[in-house]
Design a protein around this ligand. Structure first.
Ligand SMILES: O=C(O)CCC(=O)C(=O)O
Ligand SMILES: [Fe+2]
Length: 191
């Protein structure tokens, strides 16, 4: 088990490095905040067959509050992503591959340059479906504050108050279920 977790962490760190490079930040800009594994979280979702799939959802519309999600799904299919034109599209399962989702915290960290994705899981009449999501959390003390290089007073002014992952996590634990992309709203700087 620990071996799998280490492999997932290594994959996550490589992706953080690539994202930092792509944004013109030092390679370890995100990575250095993930050294302490204070609350690694994996969620395994099992969706049983449903007699009325058009009337039910396996998992309602939401965005993941963490930074990155590494998601494994079986070959049944059911994950859908909300596109900018408000249409849901299905994410076809590809064998031996992960789906990587950007989470809300990474959206705030980059002032919206990286966008968290709203997604849901639909069910079907015939088959059980399984998925497993690994949510990457920075250390509790990590300050989520966008670097000045990614902001611009005119075209991309600061959108969020800085917050620590520990504080955000506490808020997530007490709030009711998040629907759609609402977890970050408490940190939005009002216009
Ligand atoms: O089952 C899926 O494909 C999605 C799971 C998911 O979005 C989650 O666990 O946050
Ligand atoms: Fe999710």
């Amino acid at each position: 088990m620990i071996g799998y977790l280490n492999a997932l962490d290594n994959l996550g760190m490589t992706i953080f490095e690539m994202l930092a490079q792509g944004l013109g930040l030092p390679d370890d800009y995100f990575k250095k905040h993930f050294e302490e594994k204070e609350a690694t979280m994996i969620r395994v979702n099992r969706y049983p067959p449903c007699p009325l799939p058009e009337k039910c959802l396996g998992l309602g519309s939401h965005s993941d509050p963490h930074t990155l999600t590494i998601l494994l799904q079986d070959d049944v299919g059911g994950l859908q992503v909300l596109m900018t034109d408000n249409k849901w599209i299905g994410i076809r399962p590809v064998q031996n591959s992960f789906i990587i989702n950007i989470g809300d915290t990474l959206e705030a960290w980059t002032n919206g340059r990286l966008r968290s994705v709203v997604h849901r899981a639909v069910v079907n009449k015939e088959k059980n479906r399984l998925s497993a999501a690994y949510f990457m959390s920075p250390s509790n003390s990590a300050l989520i504050e966008c670097p000045p290089e990614l902001m611009d007073p005119k075209t991309n002014p600061k959108k969020y108050q800085p917050f620590t992952w520990g504080d955000f996590k506490k808020e997530l634990l007490v709030q009711k279920r998040v629907v759609g992309k609402t977890a970050l709203e408490r940190y939005l700087i009002s216009k």
